[in-house]
Unconditional design. Structure first.
Length: 364
């Protein structure tokens, strides 16, 4: 690419970002009101860095950083899958609360998805929900080659679980005994909530720019974030939360490469893992979402739960998209119920219970 074309592309990126910044100004103002009293002044948000770690290689040799807590020979493994523009630390509170509750009876496994956190940088063409499903299968095979497993995913992490179910249905015959789907959807992100903002010429321009000259986009890092960051920040919380918690979640967003952000956009827009739902029809499930979530509206979670006969639907009042951080105890309690129900189901083959009978409302 010659210098003039490169400058033209770079200028186009800046122009697109300016448009996005103007469009998102009201969203930024909304996000700025979310800081409340400081209740996490002494919280150790680096807790997980002290856990056992390993690297799992994917089918295309992208290294995934994995951390775990609990005995390697625990009778049950619970694997947590984080969402878009986050990393494994987004499960910080569940790591602390559930480790104390479960003790040696459960091994908890966390990992950074490709392009996120400390995992490897993938090729653009591999940034798809389907590939994330295959990555999760590789993690399961490596860290839990035998014994029962429960999978818990948030947002894109929930989509990852569904993608794995569609591609590896045999794993749900006797290995995966429960699934937690938090603030996620099987299909149609571009048709609901703030996901509609992903379907516009500005984002299309960024996607083209990244695939043509990723170096230019990285140089325009601050400008690029003017489009994506306001959407994600505004959607994070529905209530006023601790300033340290805001800084913690924004730190995860700020650490993600702009190239990774944009490379996953198309798959987030177009994903459709509806074929996975029949695979999960016999599996105890948790469907949890905040009713102030602007990315995954609660109505989407109701549709998802209705398609899963053995699901518990949990509505977290006033919670935004980062429900596991905003209402950690409610989230941890729901995951604990899922695990206990899954273990009980495996033990005595209890009959399926209609989703409507299990629906409950939790108030944060």
């Amino acid at each position: 690419m010659n210098v003039l074309n490169r400058l033209g592309l770079f200028g186009g990126v800046l122009g697109a970002a300016a448009i996005g910044a103007i469009a998102g100004i009201n969203v930024v103002k909304s996000a700025a009101t979310r800081r409340g009293p400081e209740i996490y002044g002494s919280e150790d948000f680096a807790l997980m860095t002290g856990d056992r770690s390993r690297v799992v290689a994917t089918e295309d040799d992208v290294p995934l950083l994995v951390r775990e807590v609990g005995p390697p020979d625990a009778p049950l493994t619970v694997i947590f899958v984080h969402g878009y523009c986050l990393r494994m630390e987004s499960w910080h509170f569940q790591r602390a609360q559930l480790a104390e509750r479960w003790g040696d009876s459960v091994r908890m496994v966390f990992y950074d998805q490709r392009g996120h956190g400390e995992s490897g940088v993938p090729a653009a063409e591999s940034c798809t929900i389907a590939q994330l499903g295959r990555d999760l299968a590789a993690v399961v095979e490596d860290v839990a080659p035998s014994g029962p497993v429960v999978l818990v995913g948030h947002s894109m992490g929930g989509m990852t679980i569904l993608a794995m179910a569609r591609q590896f249905p045999e794993l749900f015959d006797d290995r995966v005994i429960g699934v937690g789907l938090l603030a996620t959807t099987a299909a149609g992100l571009n048709k609901s909530g703030l996901g509609r903002n992903l379907d516009n010429p500005v984002i299309d321009g960024f996607r083209l720019a990244v695939r043509t000259a990723p170096g230019a986009v990285q140089q325009a890092r601050g400008a690029a974030r003017a489009i994506i960051s306001p959407i994600l920040r505004a959607a994070s919380y529905g209530t006023e939360v601790s300033p340290r918690l805001v800084a913690f979640s924004e730190g995860m967003l700020n650490d993600i490469s702009v190239v990774t952000i944009v490379n996953f956009l198309e798959s987030l827009e177009l994903h459709d893992e509806s074929e996975a739902l029949p695979v999960l029809s016999d599996t105890p499930a948790l469907v949890l979402c905040g009713d102030a979530d602007m990315i995954i509206p609660f109505t989407s979670s109701k549709y998802l739960a209705a398609a899963l006969p053995r699901s518990e639907l949990v509505r977290v009042r006033d919670a935004g998209h980062l429900v596991e951080l905003e209402f950690p105890q409610v989230t941890s309690d729901a995951i604990d119920r899922l695990v206990r129900r899954a273990v009980s189901s495996r033990a005595d083959h209890e009959n399926a219970v209609p989703a409507g009978e299990l629906e409950r409302t939790d108030v944060g």
